[in-house]
Design a protein around this ligand. Structure first.
Ligand SMILES: CC(C)(COP(=O)(O)OP(=O)(O)OC[C@H]1O[C@@H](n2cnc3c(N)ncnc32)[C@H](O)[C@@H]1OP(=O)(O)O)[C@@H](O)C(=O)NCCC(=O)NCCS
Length: 170
């Protein structure tokens, strides 16, 4: 396994991790059966792609911010914070979503990345955050519970957890 010379940090998307981001996301898309089409334009104009990912954007009918988990030239994963909830996000999606690229999984990165994400969510002014997770996703359940997630009732198919951001945790 590659030794990281600096601990990963959650940062706004950065062109400093071009190769690592593109290869990591390609591996993630292939492993998950997701569309890889977007990687063509992103690799042709990476600076433009990065610029398009920065700042507060709008999707799911809410404002959201994107962060990359980065150590030096290494890109490990992405975390997205949705600043608000809609009736639909209350059931499925919640405030925070994340993934770690396949090569970096099972090394505790998602657990630490979510902890850093909760700090960012607090900085954005959220007092609590909802996370939802497929019942078969054992890894994500562990990540959420390790960060203090409190289970709430299941409204659709997803498990639902609240994070209290008013405490010192996260
Ligand atoms: C879920 C995901 C983010 C976990 O990332 P990760 O960096 O491997 O997670 P961690 O290393 O912090 O592992 C957290 C715990 O899950 C366990 N775990 C990791 N992968 C696992 C797997 N495939 N099956 C079962 N347990 C797993 C780890 O052993 C660890 O357990 P521990 O706390 O008892 O030691 C990653 O698998 C992923 O990106 N999956 C696809 C996207 C996704 O599911 N996102 C979350 C949507 S809610």
């Amino acid at each position: 396994m590659i030794t990281l010379r600096t601990p990963p940090r959650l940062v706004p998307p950065t062109a400093a991790v071009r190769v690592s981001f593109l290869t990591g996301e390609q591996a993630d898309c292939v492993a998950s059966g997701f569309d890889t089409e977007w990687l063509g334009p992103a690799s042709e104009d990476f600076d433009g792609y990065v610029a398009s990912c920065r700042g507060v954007r709008r999707r799911w009918d809410v404002p959201f911010s994107t962060y990359w988990y980065v150590a030096g030239e290494h890109y490990l994963g992405t975390l997205v914070i949705r600043h608000e909830l809609t009736p639909s996000l209350l059931v499925d999606g919640g405030n925070i979503g994340y993934h770690v690229t396949p090569a970096w999984r099972r090394q505790g990165h998602a657990t630490r990345m979510l902890a850093a994400g909760l700090t960012e969510a607090r900085r954005l002014g959220l007092t609590r955050a909802l996370l939802t997770c497929d019942p078969t996703n054992e890894a994500s359940q562990k990540v959420i519970l390790a960060n203090g997630g409190q289970p709430d009732e299941t409204l659709g198919n997803e498990l639902r957890y609240w994070m209290d951001l008013r405490s010192g945790r996260g």
